[in-house]
Design a protein around this ligand. Structure first.
Ligand code: DP6
Length: 353
C-alpha cells in the first residue's frame, strides 16, 4: 500500500482538478439546498492509504438509509455561521473546525464565507454516523449554489474530502466506492449500482447509547498501524465484495447477509487485535448477535452488520418485519429507497425526483 506523503493543500488541488475552470466563479444563485442519506456499508471502508484525502486501502459497498440523513442549505455570507439541528455551533466545537476547514476549499473573492444550516433526520441517538450524510449534502448543496452541475462521481470526490464514507452518500440505494490508484485521488470515487432490491430493509438496533471512547478515525488509524490482523483485511474485502455483488445480482439474501456479517466481524477482529485494542462491543452487543443467530436458527432470515460502535444494523426482507418487531420491539426499520419522510422539500438529490 502506497504511503506517499501528501502536502496539506492536496485537498485544494483535488478540488481545483474536479472543478477545472469553474473554480472561483461566483455563486449562481442565492442558496443551495440538498438532502443526502446516511449509508450502511455491507463491505466496509476500514483503513486509508492517504489520511489527508481520505483515500481508502480497499473498495467498499454500501446501502443508503433512505429517510435517515441530512438536509443542508448553504448561502454566501460575510462571515461563517453554522447551525446544526437548530443550534448555532460554537467556534471551538470540533465539528465547526472540521467544517470550516472543508469550506476553505471553496471560498473565493465573491464568496469569502458561508452560512450553513444542517438538519439531521437521523436521531442523534440512532447509532448512525451523520458525517457521511452531512458532507455529502454539503457537497451537493455547494454544487447547486455555484451551479457546477457535477456528475455523481465528481460530487463523490468532493464529499470524500470531508469524510470518507460521505463519498458513498451521494446517491440512493447500493453504491460502490472504488479505492482508485492515483495519488491525487481523482479516481477514488463512488457510483451508484444499477441493482435494486425493493423488499430489502435495514433495522437499527441500539443496544447502547452515549459517546464512544475512541472515534472511528483514530480506530481506523490504529488498526492500520498496529493490528497484526490488518494484513488480511484487503483480501477479506476482495472476497466479500465478490460475494455481495453476486448476491445482489441473484437477490440472494443469505449470500448477502453472510458476506456482510462476516465482513463486519472481520473488521472488528482487526480492532480487537490492535494495540492498544479498540473494543466497541459490550455484553449487550454479544447478546444481540446471539439473538440474531437464534432467530436464523428459528427460520427468520436476518443478518447483522456493525460499524465503529456497539450497535447493530440488521438486514432482512419485508416479510420478516412482523417477526422482528415482536422479538426486538426497539428495532427502528428503514426502507432504503423511501425518502418521502426525509423532511423539507425543494432540495436536490441525484436520483430523486
Ligand atoms: C466503520 O467515513 O467516518 O463506518 O474518512 O475518517 O471520516 P473518515 O471515516 P468515516 O469511517 C467510516 C468507517 C465505518 C465503515 C464504513 O462506513 O465503511
Amino acid at each position: 500500500m502506497s504511503r506517499r506523503a501528501v502536502l496539506p493543500d492536496a485537498r485544494r488541488r483535488a478540488v481545483t482538478a474536479v472543478l477545472g475552470r469553474q473554480w472561483g466563479r461566483p455563486p449562481a444563485r442565492a442558496v443551495g439546498a440538498a438532502y443526502a442519506p446516511a449509508n450502511v456499508a455491507l463491505v466496509k471502508y476500514w483503513g486509508k492509504r492517504d489520511e489527508v484525502l481520505n483515500l481508502p486501502n480497499t473498495d467498499s459497498l454500501s446501502l443508503s438509509l433512505g429517510p435517515l440523513g441530512t438536509w443542508t442549505s448553504i448561502r454566501p455570507s460575510d462571515r461563517d455561521r453554522f447551525r446544526m439541528n437548530g443550534r448555532c455551533l460554537a467556534a471551538n466545537d470540533p465539528a465547526c473546525t472540521r467544517l470550516r476547514a472543508y469550506l476553505d476549499l471553496f471560498r473565493g473573492p465573491e464568496c469569502p464565507a458561508f452560512e450553513v444550516e444542517s438538519r439531521n433526520t437521523v436521531p442523534t441517538a440512532a447509532g448512525v454516523a451523520s458525517s457521511a450524510s452531512a458532507y455529502a449534502s454539503i457537497a451537493i448543496a455547494l454544487d447547486m449554489l455555484f451551479g457546477w452541475r457535477l456528475a455523481p462521481g465528481e460530487l463523490s470526490v468532493l464529499a470524500r474530502l470531508g469524510s470518507g464514507s460521505a463519498a458513498r452518500s451521494i446517491a440512493l440505494g447500493f453504491v460502490r466506492w472504488r479505492r482508485g490508484r492515483r495519488s491525487d485521488g481523482l479516481d477514488s470515487r463512488a457510483e451508484p449500482l444499477s441493482a435494486t432490491w425493493p423488499g430489502l430493509r435495514v433495522g437499527l438496533w441500539m443496544v447502547r447509547r452515549g459517546a464512544k471512547a475512541v472515534g472511528s478515525r483514530e480506530a481506523m488509524r490504529r488498526c492500520g498501524r498496529t493490528s497484526p490482523l490488518y494484513a488480511a483485511w484487503p483480501a477479506t474485502v476482495a472476497a466479500d465484495l465478490r460475494e455481495v455483488l453476486a448476491a445482489l445480482r441473484a437477490r440472494d439474501l443469505e449470500r448477502l447477509g453472510t458476506a456482510a456479517e462476516g465482513n463486519a466481524l472481520a473488521m472488528h477482529a482487526t480492532m480487537i487485535a490492535a494495540r492498544p485494542p479498540v473494543i466497541y462491543w459490550t455484553g449487550a452487543t454479544l447478546r444481540a448477535l446471539a439473538e440474531v443467530a437464534a432467530l436464523r436458527r428459528e427460520g427468520v432470515a436476518v443478518w447483522a452488520t456493525m460499524d465503529a460502535g456497539p450497535n447493530l444494523k440488521l438486514l432482512f426482507e419485508v416479510r420478516e418485519e412482523r417477526a422482528l418487531r415482536e422479538r426486538i420491539p426497539a428495532l427502528r426499520i428503514v426502507d432504503p429507497w423511501d425518502v418521502r419522510d426525509a423532511g423539507a422539500g425543494g432540495a436536490e438529490m441525484p436520483g430523486v425526483e
